[in-house]
Design a protein around this ligand. Structure first.
Ligand SMILES: NC(=O)c1ccc[n+]([C@@H]2O[C@H](COP(=O)([O-])OP(=O)(O)OC[C@H]3O[C@@H](n4cnc5c(N)ncnc54)[C@H](OP(=O)(O)O)[C@@H]3O)[C@@H](O)[C@H]2O)c1
Length: 286
C-alpha cells in the first residue's frame, strides 16, 4: 500500500512579498462541471484543507465559474486558513474587464478577497494595462497579490520591465517530469529573481500515475508513481505543485508525497527516463 497518511509537516516557500505558502496546493480544473460530482469534489477539497493543503487554485474559466462555486463551498467557515488563487482570462484583461471579472469571481467564491490573482495566459491587451488594473484591485483590497500564468522567459522579462511589473508573485506553468522544458531557462531565471513557479498538471493530468518507469522508483519508497511524480516536482527549488484530485484517496496520497525524500539514485534514474532539456523550447501549455 502506498503511504497515504497526513504529512508530518507541510513544506513552504516564500513569495517575493515575503508571504509564506505551502509547496503543495489543490487544483480545481474540471471541478464544477457536473452537479452529481459536486459533493465528492467539495469533500476532497475539504479533506485537503484538513491535511494542511491550504493553497487552492481556481479560475473564472473553469466550468465557466462552476469551479469557483465548488471552492466557495469547500471554504465555508474557514476562509482565513486558505491562500486562494484565481485567474482572469486574457480576453477580460482590460482595465474595466479585470475589475468586472474580479467582482464576479469574488461573488462566486463568496469572499471579499482573492489572495493571488493571475492573468491566465498572455493575450492582446497591453500588459501594462492589466498590471495597472491588478494594482488598482490591490489598493481596493479585492486582491492581495497578483501574478501570471503561461509566461515564457521573454514575456517575464517584458513584464518585470514595466512599472509595477516587479510586483509579480508567481508564474503558473506546465511543468512535470514529462514536460521539463522550463528547466532550460525559465526556472533558473525565476529562481534567481525569487519568483516561484507554480507547476500545473504536475502528474500530467493523471498520465504519470500510470508510468512504468516511475513505478520502478516508486516501489523503492513503497509509494505510487503519482506520488513520485509529485515528490520530484516539489523537490525542485522555488516550485509549488498544484495537483487536482477529486478522489479522497488521491488527496491523501498527494499530501503524503510531501514525506517522500528522493535519493540521488532516484534523481539519476528519473533523469535517464525523463531527460532534462538540452536546448530552448517554447513554453508548452495544456
Ligand atoms: N494555468 C493554466 O493554464 C492551467 C492549466 C492546467 C491546469 N491548471 C491548474 O493546475 C491544476 C492541476 O492540473 P491538472 O488538473 O491539469 O492535472 P493534474 O493535477 O496533473 O492531474 C489531475 C488528474 O490526476 C489524477 N490524480 C491526482 N492525484 C492522483 C494520485 N495521487 N494518483 C493517481 N491519480 C491522481 C486526478 O484524479 P481524480 O480527480 O479522479 O482524483 C486527475 O484525473 C488544475 O486543476 C488547475 O487548477 C492551470
Amino acid at each position: 500500500m502506498p503511504p497515504s497518511t497526513s504529512p508530518s509537516s507541510i513544506r513552504t516557500l516564500k513569495l517575493p512579498s515575503g508571504e509564506t505558502v505551502p509547496v503543495l496546493g489543490q487544483g480545481t480544473w474540471k471541478m464544477g462541471e457536473d452537479r452529481r460530482r459536486r459533493d465528492d469534489e467539495v469533500a476532497a477539497l475539504k479533506l485537503g484543507l484538513d491535511l494542511g493543503i491550504t493553497l487552492i487554485d481556481t479560475a473564472e474559466m473553469y466550468a465557466s465559474g462552476g469551479s469557483e462555486e465548488v471552492v466557495a463551498q469547500a471554504m465555508e467557515g474557514r476562509r482565513d486558513e486558505i491562500f486562494l488563487v484565481s485567474k482572469v482570462l486574457p480576453s477580460n484583461a482590460s482595465r474595466a474587464g479585470v475589475k468586472r471579472s474580479c467582482e464576479n469571481s469574488l461573488k462566486r467564491l463568496g469572499t471579499d478577497r482573492i489572495d493571488l490573482y493571475l492573468l491566465h495566459w498572455p493575450g492582446s491587451v497591453p500588459l501594462s494595462e492589466t498590471v495597472e488594473a491588478f494594482e488598482t484591485l490591490k489598493k481596493a483590497g479585492k486582491i492581495r497579490h497578483w501574478g501570471v500564468s503561461n509566461f515564457d522567459t521573454d514575456e517575464m522579462e517584458d513584464l518585470v520591465g514595466l512599472a509595477d511589473g516587479g510586483n509579480v508573485q508567481t508564474n503558473q506553468v506546465l511543468y512535470n517530469l514529462s514536460r521539463r522544458g522550463p528547466e532550460f531557462d525559465l526556472a533558473p531565471w525565476s529562481l534567481k529573481r525569487g519568483i516561484p513557479l507554480m507547476a500545473y498538471s504536475p502528474v500530467e493530468q493523471g498520465a504519470l500515475a500510470r508510468n512504468a518507469r516511475l513505478e520502478a522508483v516508486a516501489s523503492r519508497h513503497n509509494a505510487t508513481a503519482a506520488q513520485v511524480a509529485l515528490a520530484w516536482v516539489m523537490a525542485q527549488p522555488g516550485v509549488i505543485a498544484i495537483p487536482k484530485a477529486s478522489r479522497q484517496e488521491h488527496v491523501r496520497q498527494n499530501a503524503a508525497a510531501l514525506d517522500i525524500s528522493l535519493t540521488a539514485q532516484d534523481f539519476a534514474d528519473l533523469d535517464r527516463a525523463f531527460p532534462p532539456p538540452t536546448r530552448k523550447r517554447g513554453l508548452e501549455m495544456i
